[in-house]
Design a protein around this ligand. Sequence first.
Ligand code: PMP
Length: 434
Amino acid sequence: MTATTLNTTKSTEIFTAAQGLMPGGVSSPVRAFKSVGGQPIVFDRVNGAYIWDVDGNKYIDYVGTWGPAICGHAHPDVISALKTTLDNGTSFGAPCAQENLLAEMVISAVPSIEMVRFVNSGTEACMSVLRLMRAFTGRDKIIKFEGCYHGHADMFLVKAGSGVATLGLPDSPGVPKTTTANTLTAPYNDLEAVKKLFEENPEQIAGVILEPVVGNSGFLPPDAGFLEGLRVLTEDNGALLVFDEVMTGFRIAYGGAQAKFNVTPDLTTLGKVIGGGLPVGAYGGRKDIMSMVAPAGPMYQAGTLSGNPLAMTAGIKTLEILNREGQYEYLEKVTSKLIAGLLDVAKETGHAACGGSISGMFGFFFTEGPVHNFDDAKKSDTAKFGKFHRGMLEHGVYLAPSQFEAGFTSLSHTDVEIDKTIDAAKKVMSSLES
Ligand code: PMP
């Protein structure tokens, strides 16, 4: 690898100070660059497809604030709408008209959603949907998949990919075994494993929750028939099917992965894109199920800042932009060009790699593949990914700092950025040992 050319003096100063102030110096763990080595970059500005650090370095950004920035950072229409809303204050803690508008847009776009409740994060949406699954069915057990992430609520922190997973042992200290005892796990894309869990736990499983396209084990699409099979299995067993579309909602397609794959779950969680870069989450689904949520029904869930006018405004504008003609075709085009280019470069330079993309979401692994589940993904050469990541930073490309995170493009990424990225990858991969 070439010597560091990046001047990150101010980043280093700020991050060094941060480490004494916040655990690990960050507000969320992956940002700390632990899995790629090196130290995190501290940023101070974003625009379009670009992000600038405090030392003035400019990078092509494929993190997109972990998904929300699908229209490109600081889209002028979003910023201008936010400024207008801001003049009237930040939060009312009471109903506002913008909630209706965003709710109508979500309901008309997402096939499964007949009613929606806004919250403040994806974690909150998943935590609430779990309570609702249990309230509606009167059952306690749920099935989740190894390597899928549904936020950091206790019940979802079950170790992925090992024998202890099926025993419901928690991933983190502080999570009582009793809390995760009802969280059953199966490998992603393994219908037989799900069938077995239903057989072993008759009439006890409230539902199945999954990322319909996984982004949290790296990019992992569903095998043909997997989503359809889960729809049948849940229906046959009186259980609910829940798509966690916090990442895929309005990204894979305007109607999310459920529209793209034509499989309609009973409930859906959303976040990221529908907040246009402000803190938002949502859960929604069939009217008979959503009618259980307080105050319409007895299942309690609430939030001080939920549905605040600023977050709703950013969401409304973002969806308006995404609903314009040809946006998803555009995302598909630039992103498939990017991933094809990266895989070609890997081949030319002698590195085993596989990957793919759907619309504005992509990923690749430093392994031969194929990758169908988290165990397959874990065969990747993560040390090589760390070096690749560092090299790409040196060449002005900011990728998610982990082999097990998806990448995101935006409507602001053009051929110029894609060509530069592929060119950078060529330089970096040529200098990596295969
Ligand atoms: N579900 C999925 C599929 C996610 O990707 C994430 C966040 N990456 C979450 C839930 C949690 O969302 P948040 O970070 O907003 O709490």
